[in-house]
Design a binder for this molecule. Structure first.
Ligand code: PLP
Length: 357
């Protein structure tokens, strides 16, 4: 039977062997709690090595907490955060960034392909300077974006430059940072601190870990009392070694990049085959591990009836097909095979598509 859950989300996948092994190794008797242990120290040090800078690192349970607490630490309650209108912090965190910052307002900006248009950002920053407007304090970038596109090193640097020009901070939601770094093939530092990123929320779960994200402060002074913020928000793990250890497995021997690279290649392979089906249209450049496909609703319904899971409410609509470290070539063949079969059987899809598109 096909693996009908294979493309629903990269967090449907299990734990990759390197992360699993590292957790098993950390499962060794009695160890100090709350992060005062050798695995946590090693994970912090590996993250510093990876980024080639002396950053301050915290491990939290998920991306919503990482983003919300990072933003809260950069803002006062009367500030605002500028992000893309499709950004996870705006659409998928249930108001947590506003909640944890005691009211900091999110200001959504436009931009093609899920990427911030810097002219729109600048307009939001400059359109008001009076006391009645929530003062812009942070620009937030998502890398890779919610639509599976990427900011080039130059684009991140231009955003950093704009933020600095107006005295704003730059935060990066890197739930899929590994996919971005693997696809761009650049040094992780070149799309973060060297390009002006002050705080990175570095994703673990979608990369192949069970749970956990790292909040990486490239300016150490910004991390002051962040440990208290984590504790108060219920994000300080008592058995921290199990949140930290998987990073050791992932960062050693570049497993994080290899696993992300596999997911990216699967997305390329999937997109290539789907481009050959006339009823379909790939909606955005496929640069990371997501493929967004515009297809006739009747085809969406038929695929769902067969059992295929995928979401069509995320981002800008269309079917979102996600690849992960665990996606297999046979999964791609099975999905593409079903799509081809349905498309060939049903000329009706073609008609729907024409009238609808
Ligand atoms: C998955 C994801 C997150 C984190 O979500 P959690 O469910 O809170 O771990 C953050 N940002 C983006 C862009 C994501 O895709």
């Amino acid at each position: 039977m096909p693996n009908y859950l294979a493309f629903a989300s990269d967090n449907y996948a299990g734990i990759c062997p390197e992360a699993w092994q590292a957790m098993a190794e950390a499962n060794a008797g009695f160890v100090s709690s709350y992060g005062d242990d050798p695995w946590t120290a090693k994970a912090c040090s590996l993250i510093r090595d990876t980024f080639e800078t002396d950053c301050q690192v915290f491990f939290v349970f998920n991306g919503t907490a990482a983003n919300s607490l990072a933003l809260a630490s950069l803002c006062q309650s009367y500030h605002s955060v500028i992000c893309h209108e499709l950004a996870h912090i705006e659409t998928d965190e249930c108001g947590a960034p506003e909640f944890f910052s005691n009211g900091t307002k999110i200001l959504p900006a436009t931009g093609a392909n899920g990427k911030l248009d810097l002219a729109a950002v600048e307009q939001l920053i400059t359109r008001r300077t009076d006391i009645h407007y929530p003062k812009p304090r942070v620009v937030s970038l998502t890398q890779a974006t919610e639509l599976g596109t990427l900011y080039s090193p130059a684009e991140v640097a231009a955003t950093g430059e704009l933020a600095r020009r107006y005295g704003l901070r730059l935060q990066m939601d890197g739930a899929r940072f590994a996919n971005a770094a693997a696809s761009l093939g650049c040094h992780p530092g070149d799309i973060t601190w060297r390009a002006g990123v002050d705080v990175l929320c570095l994703g673990g779960a979608k990369n192949g870990m069970a749970v956990g994200e790292a909040v990486v402060f490239f300016k150490k002074e910004l991390a002051e009392e962040f440990d208290y913020r984590c504790k108060q928000a219920g994000q300080l793990a008592s058995k921290m070694r199990f949140l930290a250890a998987p990073w050791n497995g992932m960062l050693q021997n570049d497993a994080w990049l290899k696993r992300a690279s596999h997911a990216n290649h699967c997305a390329q392979s999937l997109a290539k085959r789907l481009r050959a089906v006339p009823q379909l249209e790939i909606m955005f450049p496929v640069e990371a591990n997501a493929v967004f496909v515009s297809m006739p609703q009747a085809l969406v319904d038929s695929l769902h009836r067969l059992g295929w899971h995928f979401y069509s409410f995320i981002g800008a609509g269309g079917a979102r097909l996600m690849c992960s470290w665990a996606t297999e070539e046979s999964d791609i063949e099975a999905l593409v095979g079903d799509i081809q079969k349905l498309a060939a059987e049903n000329t009706e899809f073609q008609e729907h598509f024409l009238s609808w598109g």
